[in-house]
Ligand binder design. Structure first.
Ligand SMILES: [Zn+2]
Length: 413
């Protein structure tokens, strides 16, 4: 590498000397300059500016790298000096601009998949992940709870190239890069790998049930609970400080066996877990956790977030057609911890998913414990680009191959 020049890659509006890392979300423009200061006259052939997206995993000490994004900014000939010599003590500024779109090029996922939904999920741009230099949002570095085996990194790369005088062969004589944080909007709908709502030791219809004891070894009744649907949480893309809340509905059914005494509820609480599943091949389907014979995690990492507990008074029971069955709805408000929660995503190598673990404690009965999928998504920016699905007809189940040039990050000349 020729160190006869110094190069600074600056983003517009960000001071080069600070460690502040600008965030970009879907629809955002990544604009800046390559500032070049030659220390001696430097002949060159051309310059290249790329926006790159790379993911890295380590499985059993084997490192895997996959480049899912490789977009070149077209530098116009007239913006380069003629003849192609960078003169000593001159300063050169080469501007660049990329726009963050909501899809990757089809070439980003070229392996076999179990279904259309998997490919579609892999063609969403993933968030920056697992890199302390760019973790967080809004200028603060925060732990994003990525396992050390996983990283997703976006960079601007600058190359200065020269052709060999005799052979004409072109080679890179200087390269530099600059990391970005990208936090794209993600689909509001849960991915279809959401397992059906069940609870631990579930019975098929109502989830779990417990027998409540009455006096003198008699049975008071049977209490059943089931959670209605997956829970979604929306992360605001441009507001890192607000609390994120949602709620889950638990359908409760009580069948009285003798005298009618409704069960007494003590509390409902739980916690959120994140699971990151990774591979060194490619996930052909939405991945599953694997353990070895000793029960150790082979391909995943689970992080548990701080627990919450709600106490509540009584339920509003409704009698079902003059039977001894009574039903009620238990609404459980859930507020996400103030942590750097990365939205649910799936790439060829890495998946991040969430679960809510809920525990309902009832007097005299075994506690009800549920583990349900939780979908965390980042809110669409109002100015986001037209849907990729609509553009290429993916929503009509057609696989249309795009030429390499229609990359998800379009270059603004
Ligand atoms: Zn893929």
């Amino acid at each position: 590498m020729d160190q006869a020049i110094s190069v600074t890659i600056c983003l517009n509006g960000a001071a080069a000397s600070t460690s502040y890392v600008t965030s970009f979300s879907t629809g955002g423009k990544i604009e800046g300059n390559i500032a070049i200061s030659p220390n001696r006259n430097t002949r060159f052939h051309d310059m290249e500016i790329f926006l790159l997206g790379d993911e890295y995993t380590t499985v059993n000490h084997a490192k895997t790298h996959r480049r899912f994004l490789n977009v070149q900014y077209p530098i116009q000939d007239h913006s380069l000096p003629s003849p192609r010599v960078l003169e000593k003590d001159q300063k050169y500024q080469i501007p660049f601009s990329f726009t963050v779109a909501d899809h990757l090029p089809m070439s980003a996922c070229d392996h076999e998949t179990a279904g259309h939904a998997v490919r579609k999920a892999h063609l969403r741009p993933p968030p920056s992940f697992g890199d302390a230099m760019v973790a967080g949002y809004g200028g603060k570095l925060r732990d994003d709870f990525a396992p050390r085996e996983c990283r997703i990194v976006y960079t601007i790369q600058f190359n200065l190239r020269r052709s060999h005088l005799a052979s004409g062969q072109i080679s890179t004589i200087f390269t530099d890069f600059f990391k970005l944080r990208i936090k794209p909007s993600t689909p509001a709908e849960p991915y279809p790998n959401q397992s059906p709502i069940r609870c631990i030791q579930d019975s098929p219809f109502y989830g779990k049930q417990t027998i409540l004891p009455g006096r003198a070894k008699s049975t008071l009744g049977t209490l059943s609970m089931a959670i209605e649907e997956p829970t979604s949480f929306r992360l605001p893309l441009h507001d890192p400080t607000s609390l994120i809340s949602s709620s889950i509905r638990i359908n409760v059914v009580y069948t009285a066996e003798s005298e009618l005494i409704f069960p007494q509820f003590r509390s409902v609480g739980g916690h959120l877990t994140s699971t990151t599943v990774f591979t060194n091949t490619c996930h052909t389907d939405f991945p599953e956790k694997k353990k070895n014979s000793l029960g150790r995690a082979l391909n995943y990492h689970v992080e548990q977030f701080p627990p919450f507990t709600n106490s509540f008074s009584s339920l509003d029971w409704r009698q079902e057609s003059e039977s001894n069955r009574y039903s009620a709805t238990l609404l459980v408000p859930i507020t996400l911890p103030r942590q750097n929660l990365i939205p649910t995503f799936h790439t060829c190598l890495i998946s991040r998913i969430y679960h809510l673990h809920i525990k309902v404690v009832v007097k005299d009965g075994a506690p009800f414990e549920f583990k349900i999928p939780a979908h965390i998504f980042a809110r669409e920016d109002p100015s986001h680009l037209p849907s990729y699905d609509a553009t290429v007809g993916l929503d009509q189940d057609q696989e249309i191959l795009l030429p390499e040039t229609t990359a998800w990050l379009t270059s603004d000349v």
